[in-house]
Design a protein around this ligand. Structure first.
Ligand code: MRU
Length: 373
């Protein structure tokens, strides 16, 4: 059974028990940085305080924070925390943070910006400048993600306007979590969904569970639930079947790195959804900030480094048991060989449009290079 969002003007962003949260924020009372621990969602809503460079690196590596924009903002706060410890450890901090996760280019982009702002700053001024920069980038990310959503509304509205059977909602399929939890606020793909709900389009979202870490099942479902956006969780392999049955009007996903030619690297499994969408004439949209475009790359399949992660993410499942306790179970024979690539590349030819804060573009170099400056 497909439920339909009834709430018009759904409030975007994370509203937990009536209180608005960002995924990351600065706590002026004790010079620390706060995050929502995403490894505990949806079962527990826990805030973790980051006080040191090591805390920031751990938060990114352990995926307490994840999602390309949020990784970038956490990293710049990590530089600030490092300089609080020792104003002379800028280079060490940049190197350590850059090594935390390889695929999302926002990390490198954010650290490059931080480096440019700090390398010629006197040691005694560095902490102050680093905090100003980090807070500015936090605010900027939120505004950019809100704009991405606004830019995407017209695409979804057009599909809704053309939909003949208005007794059914606009069915959007998404993969992984490209929502407020993947950025400071709003998100990218989910920002488009939130903003489209705000203008009154009746929406229903198919949420890919997104093995192996299940960010769709745990994070996207939680986030959409907070916003009262109708959604249904599906196994990763269901999308093709749903498209063949006419149950998907469009797909909207995020991106961790996009080449200047329009190839998009996103969570593993995105490529297969794009292939199924292409075969079924379902529009496939990618929503991303310009900071996710790597203007140095031409061929995503050959050039984008794909993160390989721990085998346990595939061989085991994490969740809570009937007693509400966190627990881990093994799915496969002990010691089985496991491969765990975190991302894949969707070639530009399979992408209908790229939605950015600066407008909507074809996945083509002639269009994307206009965003370079
Ligand atoms: O491994 P993750 O959870 O960091 O992967 C996240 C994604 O793949 C998102 O789709 C991507 O970062 C875009 S986020 C706005």
């Amino acid at each position: 059974m497909i439920f339909q969002t009834r709430l018009k003007g759904a409030k975007a962003t994370l509203n937990v028990n009536g209180q608005h949260f960002q995924s990351i924020w600065f706590d002026e009372s004790d010079d620390s940085v706060c995050i929502i621990d995403q490894t505990r969602l949806p079962h527990r809503f826990e805030i973790v305080t980051l006080n040191t460079l090591s805390d920031a690196c751990h938060a990114i590596e352990a995926m307490q924070v994840r999602g390309a924009p949020l990784i970038g903002v956490t990293a710049v706060y990590g530089v600030y925390l490092a300089l609080l410890e020792d104003p002379n450890q800028l280079a060490v901090a940049l190197d350590r943070l850059a090594a935390t996760r390889p695929t999302a280019v926002n990390l490198r982009w954010a650290l490059d910006r931080m480096n440019a702002a700090l390398r010629n700053t006197l040691a005694e001024k560095r902490v102050e400048v680093a905090l100003q920069q980090a807070r500015a980038m936090e605010a900027e990310d939120s505004a950019i993600c809100a704009d991405i959503g606004t830019q995407g509304v017209k695409l979804l509205q057009e599909i809704w306007d053309a939909k003949l059977d208005k007794s059914k909602p606009l069915n959007v399929l998404t993969h992984c979590n490209a929502g407020a939890l993947a950025a400071v606020d709003w998100g990218t793909a989910l920002s488009v969904i939130y903003k489209t709900a705000e203008v009154g389009v009746p929406l229903h979202v198919w949420v890919d569970e997104t093995r192996p870490r299940n960010q769709g099942a745990s994070l996207t479902c939680w986030e959409l639930g907070q916003q009262e956006i109708a959604h249904t969780l599906i196994v990763d392999n269901a999308g093709g079947h749903l498209m063949q049955q006419g149950l998907v009007d469009c797909c909207v996903v995020g991106s961790d790195r996009t080449t200047i030619t329009g190839d998009v690297c996103n969570k593993i499994g995105t490529y297969l959804k794009a292939l199924a969408a292409f075969d079924n004439d379902v529009p496939f949209f990618v929503a991303l900030p310009v900071s996710s475009i790597d203007f140095t790359l031409i061929d995503g399949i050959k050039e984008i480094p794909i993160e390989e992660r721990d085998a346990e993410e595939v061989s085991h499942l994490n969740g809570i048991d009937e007693k509400g306790q966190f627990s881990k179970i093994r799915l496969c024979p002990e010691g089985v060989a496991v491969s765990n690539f975190g991302f894949d590349v969707t070639p530009a030819r399979l992408i209908t449009k790229i939605i950015t804060e600066k407008g909507v573009f074809d996945a083509q170099q002639s269009q994307l290079q206009r965003l370079r400056n």
